[in-house]
Design a protein around this ligand. Sequence first.
Ligand code: ADP
Ligand code: MG
Length: 252
Amino acid sequence: MSEPVLSISGLTRAFGGLVAVDNVSYELPGGDLRAIIGPNGAGKTTLFNLISGMLDADRGTIKFRGQDISAKPPHAISQMGIARTLQIKSVFEGLSVYDNLWISAHARTQRLSPFRAASSYLDTSRIVEEALEEIGISRFRDEKAGNLSYGDIALLEIAIALCMKPNLLLLDEPVAGMSPEETETVVTKIKQLSKQLDIVLIEHDMSVVFGIADVVTVMNNGAILCEGPPDEITRDERVQEAYLGVPEDGES
Ligand SMILES: Nc1ncnc2c1ncn2[C@@H]1O[C@H](COP(=O)(O)OP(=O)(O)O)[C@@H](O)[C@H]1O
Ligand SMILES: [Mg+2]
């Protein structure tokens, strides 16, 4: 048996008296597309912050391909092959799409080859070109990121993460606030990408992940409530209960 991509055990993180992530164990075998869903405040983003090293855990361990990354800083974790996007969109709005990608790709190639400055510039451009092509945003390459539509900014953010050349990509609500058409475009792209690298997708809205995720994990109150294929999860009464009190927009 090969090592799981991610293996999380007993992970706990509190903010004052609030236990945002409460004794979570989670395993990502790799090779399929996974989603983590749950109501607002469930602890989804905190879990990603712990995995990516942006927060330290109070307890528990995180292993990436068998290596303990629990105490590693964010740059070391991204260098090992985990990239993430943030729930709050965070591109450089005043810079072009190309330059946004270049900064990310350059940060990576510099870290890998600090003594090969000239060739690393070539590597950087190649990585940027690949990301533009891969995500299908080449036509916006010279556009200021701030001028893009919400859907295209989400694609740019995914492209920025791809410039880190990750093996594991963590996406935090990539389609939040998007129109159905934009959602469709981004979701299709995520599904395509998941054939090349491992992806874990956080999503608040269950319906978004049901068409694409192979396995859905539900979080509530900092803990994992259940995990399974989408059709099983929709029927689970505990999941429906967890979502009560968070009515869908436009319903009454
Ligand atoms: N930096 C922080 N300081 C204090 N409380 C936080 C912080 N980050 C998250 N929380 C709290 O932890 C809980 C889980 O938050 P979060 O992980 O963002 O949930 P989700 O992403 O599932 O909506 C929430 O109650 C939130 O208010
Ligand atoms: Mg969140």
